[in-house]
Design a protein around this ligand. Structure first.
Ligand code: 3HC
Length: 293
């Protein structure tokens, strides 16, 4: 009989972490969400309230279930509050130093048998594990944005992962309504390794004035049935996040496909980060809004 996780810590409640906390709480599991300060907590709370109100409006949640979901999430600014949880998922920004510091601290706070999972998109899970005394219990749980909507979870095992941890994590994924796929610890895992070359190529095409942003996006939506075009998707992912993922994959593979298009860096320097800053390839009504003006 595998392990059942009844309380889960989520560290970092940005776009991904807040979505992960929402998904887990929706499945009846208690969540302890950790943010860096009170402002981060209040941003996360609003994010989850907004997202669940959309789910309510679309008939994906009942009012009482939404109330129960919101009550199942406890917010804190202290990692020490994770002392009693059964599983921790870290979803802090893609900085190797920051992630290493967080897992090392989690290693001292949580029970020794607790699985420490990372939602990293492109950093090495194996290297993260080295910063703990339990590398066999450090694993990748990679969610997709928007986490409450997309059902894939990449379960990233390393060469030292305890063989029982993988089925336990797969069972957890299914319990929270996700479809797990198991992958080795390679840059970009499966989905990002396939997706980001395409996204980067789209930026290059835009840079070279192949077509307008609208036509580039329309081609992939109406010609290939993608739910959104590559430039709109980059705005959703966040140009800074996309750049970090490309950089990391390029560093590891040296495949030119992943050498970030220069325009990406320029847009980031100019503060055009996508939906999160209300401007990216498109301009949005307000930060984080899906509405293009
Ligand atoms: N909980 C549950 N369901 C929700 C929800 C919530 N909080 N909010 C919305 N939904 C449901 C809606 O009810 C709707 O379902 P329906 O189609 O059955 O009615 C569905 O989710 C879509 O929601 P919306 O109507 O709000 O939005 P759109 O129809 O405009 O779709 C989109 C938006 C989901 C973003 C869609 O365009 C899409 O899937 N785009 C592609 C996104 C993608 O590729 N993401 C991966 C990025 S890569 C990544 O994340 C990896 C990382 O490492 C960077």
């Amino acid at each position: 009989m595998g392990r059942v996780f009844e309380s889960v810590g989520v560290v970092g409640l940005g776009t991904m972490g807040a979505g992960i906390a929402e998904v887990i709480a929706r499945s009846g599991i208690t969540v302890v969400g950790v943010e860096i300060d009170d402002e981060g907590v209040s941003r996360a709370r609003s994010h989850i309230e907004y997202s669940t109100s959309r789910a309510l409006a679309k008939g994906k949640l009942e009012g009482a279930d939404r109330d129960a979901l919101l009550e199942r999430i406890r917010y804190t600014t202290s990692l020490a509050d994770l002392a009693d949880v059964d599983l921790v998922i870290e979803a802090v920004p893609e900085s190797p130093e920051l992630k290493a510091e967080i897992v090392a601290e989690l290693d001292t706070i949580t029970r020794p048998d607790v699985i420490l999972a990372s939602n990293t998109s492109s950093l090495s899970v194996t290297e993260l594990g080295v910063h703990t005394t339990r590398p066999d219990k450090v694993i990748g749980m990679h969610f997709f944005n928007p986490a409450p909507v997309l059902t894939l979870m990449e379960v990233v095992r390393t060469v030292v992962t305890d063989p029982q941890v993988v089925p336990d994590v797969e069972a957890f994924a299914e319990r929270i309504g996700k479809t797990p796929v198991v992958t080795g610890d390679r840059a970009g895992f499966i989905a990002n390794a396939l997706l980001f070359g395409y996204l980067n190529h789209a930026v290059r095409m835009y840079e070279q004035r192949y077509a307008t942003r609208e036509d580039l996006d329309a081609a992939m939506r109406y010609g290939c049935g993608y739910p959104m075009g590559p430039l709109a998707l980059l705005d959703l992912i966040g140009l800074d996040t996309a750049y970090e993922i490309l950089e990391s994959m390029y560093r590891q593979s040296r495949d030119r496909l992943h050498a970030p298009a220069p325009l990406l860096k320029q847009m980031i320097s100019a503060g055009l980060l996508g939906r999160k800053s209300a401007r990216g390839f498109y301009t949005y009504e307000e930060p984080d809004s899906p509405t293009v003006v």
